[in-house]
Each structure stands twice: as C-alpha cells, then as structure tokens.
Design a protein around this ligand. Structure first.
Ligand SMILES: *Cc1c(COP(=O)(O)O)cnc(C)c1O
Length: 353
C-alpha cells in the first residue's frame, strides 16, 4: 500500500540507546525522550522507551493519553492551554510552564484531583519562544509559584534553537545556572531538574562542555534523525536513515518542460517560475501535499529531480532514469517531512523489526 513510510525500529532503538548513554556518561541520568514527531505512534514510542528512559515527553495531551499504559513519567512539553487544565493534571505527571495564571489554575485543579503536580518553570534566554524572559523579575514569579500548595516546582528549563535559532553556548547555559543559584539562595530550596534544552544542546554534551549543574535534556530529533540541531551535523555512530518514504508512479510520459498557455497562479496561489528545458521524461507520483511537502523530501536516487507538487501529485523529472509506470520511488525525509508523514492520515506505516 502506497504511499508508505518504512520505519526501522532496530535503528531507532540503537539511536535511543546512544543518546541515553551519552547523557548518562555526562551527568544526565534521566533525560526526557521526546516523541512528539511520531504523532502518537505506539511502536516508535515504545521502542524508544524500552531503551531505558524513565521520562516520555510529548507536546500533546492526546498523545500522552495513548501512552497511559507505558510505565514511565509523562511530560507535557508544550506549556498548558488554559482551557485544558483538567487533562493536564489527569494525564501528565510533569508539565513545562511559564504563565502564573495557568500555574494557579493547575494548582486549583490538582487540589480537586488530590494530586501534587510537578512543573518545570521555563526561562527564555533569548530564543523568544516560551518562558519568562531572563531579564524579567523571575524571583517574584517563583515566590507566587511556591505559594501554590499542590504545585511542586521540580526545576527550571530553557528552550533554544526553536524559534530564534539561538544556539546553546557557555554564556546562555551559565545564565541558566545563575538563575538556578539565585532561586535556590533566595528561597532556600533545591531545584531537582535543570533542563538545558533539546537536540541542539547535544553537541555541547558530547563535547563535555555543558555546565555540570545542567542535569537534564529533552531529546527528540537526534534520536529520530541521528543529528544534533545546533549545526545540523550528523553524529558519528548514530543512524540517519531510519525512515524511508515510498511512493508509486502513476504516470510516466514525455512532455515539454514549459507549460503552454497564459500563466496565472498554481493551486496554492503561487506564481510558478519554470525554466524551459525542452522535452522531458516526466513522472507523476501518488504523493501530495496531503502526505508530505516536497521541500522536505530527498530522493534516494540522485538522478531524479523533483519538479513540483499539488495536493495529491508529485511531479518528477525522470529524464536521466529508467523508471516505468507502477515503479516505486523512495525518499529520505528531514524533520519537517517526518512530522508531516507521521501526522498524515494517508501514509501507511511499515515497521522493520
Ligand atoms: C520539541 C521540544 C523538544 C525536543 O526538541 P528536539 O529538537 O526534537 O530534540 C524539547 N523541548 C521542548 C519544549 C520541545 O517543544
């Protein structure tokens, strides 16, 4: 059945073990396994958890609900929606938070459900996604949090290289440590978790450059794609070809390369810029934007060139190849492509054990 995504669970397990060991060899005993890119896929998530993780992290409650039977702590990565407080308390053991109004609502709901809910307070060190901005008065926020009797401030964390592209450095990592020290001193408390980021912090970890106070990372992409994300480099001894997308040729014909007629806009409102390359052997694959955007695909056969895509069709230049109607063409994916294919209703999953 096509299109499909082949998932090599053996390689996925190897990457999960690699990251876990790298963390544990560098003072991070309980890294969070981030599984959000799998869009709730149980075989992928179970494979990673079985490598020995104690914490499973996802950005969506719907996915954490699917993982209820897995015997690990469930972490909600995306700061809670004010409209979803009841589910956050019910289905997550720990959530990342920044807004005091949300935390106070979590406190009230936790009391109602007779629970103590753990949170990690997010600090924004300049990437400008979630978290209290580090130059703001975070101590007064902490004092408000400490008044919430059913909330346990388990630690602090930061997120980098997500929106602003800011990479982890000595400077911003030490800033997080300084914030930890200030909070602990001011309130005479101990913060158990100091969470120094995501796959973009992996390079500093592997180079033994993270401050020793950083005792947690939240790792997703590196496990899935075998690369760190500060510089986008593959990590030696990790697998970078776990996922393969396969699609079927539904038309192979010789046609001109330049459209004929007056040019308006395509199905997506874009004005196409197309260069005349004369006659061309053109293929259409049954793989559209409802499956995965072509910008996220890399053909395994480098003789194939991607020309364009609509909702359900991917047009390729097959001039330098010998493909026929019904043949299958395979692609690697980047992170965005993996996210799309795993989320698409139309891409079948094939697990290789
Ligand atoms: C997605 C996410 C991560 C994991 O990021 P990767 O780059 O996939 O390792 C960590 N923390 C938060 C808050 C996230 O949203």
């Amino acid at each position: 059945m096509y299109p499909n995504i082949e998932i090599n669970l053996r390689k996925l397990s190897k990457n999960a073990r690699f990251v876990l060991e790298a963390c544990q060899n560098n003072g991070i005993n309980f890294p969070f396994a981030v599984v959000k890119v799998f869009a709730g896929d149980l075989p992928c998530t179970k494979t990673i958890i079985d490598a020995g993780y104690h914490y499973l992290a996802d950005s969506r409650i719907e996915n954490l609900i699917k993982y209820t039977d897995l015997n690990v702590k469930k972490v909600l990565l995306r700061i809670s929606m004010p409209s979803d407080i009841e589910n956050v308390i019910r289905y997550s053991d720990l959530s990342l938070e920044s807004e005091i109004i949300t935390i106070e609502a979590l406190n009230i709901e936790a009391r109602a459900q007779k629970k103590i809910h753990d949170i990690i307070l997010m600090l924004d060190l300049g990437d400008l996604r979630e978290g209290i901005f580090c130059n703001d008065n975070y101590l007064s926020r902490v004092s408000e949090i400490l008044r919430c009797k059913n909330i346990n401030l388990l630690g602090i964390g930061t997120n980098l290289t997500c929106y602003g592209g800011v990479i982890p450095t000595d400077e911003n990592m030490n800033k997080l440590v300084e914030i930890k020290n200030n909070i602990e001193k001011e309130f005479q408390i101990k913060l158990e978790i100091i969470s120094g980021g995501n796959s973009s912090s992996l390079k500093m970890l592997l180079d033994h450059q993270l401050p020793q106070e950083i005792n947690n990372l939240r790792i997703g992409e590196a496990i899935a794609l075998g690369r760190e994300t500060a510089y986008g480099e593959n990590i030696p001894n990790m697998e970078d070809d776990i996922f393969t997308i396969n699609a079927e040729l539904i038309e192979v014909m010789k046609k001109p390369s330049l459209p004929i007629g007056e040019i308006g806009v395509n199905a997506f409102g874009e004005k196409p810029v197309i260069r005349d390359q004369g006659m061309m052997k053109r293929g259409i694959l049954a793989l559209g934007r409802q499956d995965v955007y072509y910008e996220n695909l890399i053909p395994l056969d480098s003789n194939i060139k991607i020309i364009g895509q609509s909702s359900d069709h991917l047009i390729v230049d097959l001039t330098k190849t010998d493909y026929h109607l019904g043949d299958i063409i395979s692609f690697n994916v980047n992170y965005g492509g993996l996210l799309q294919t795993m989320s698409s209703l139309y891409v079948k999953k094939i697990y290789i054990k």
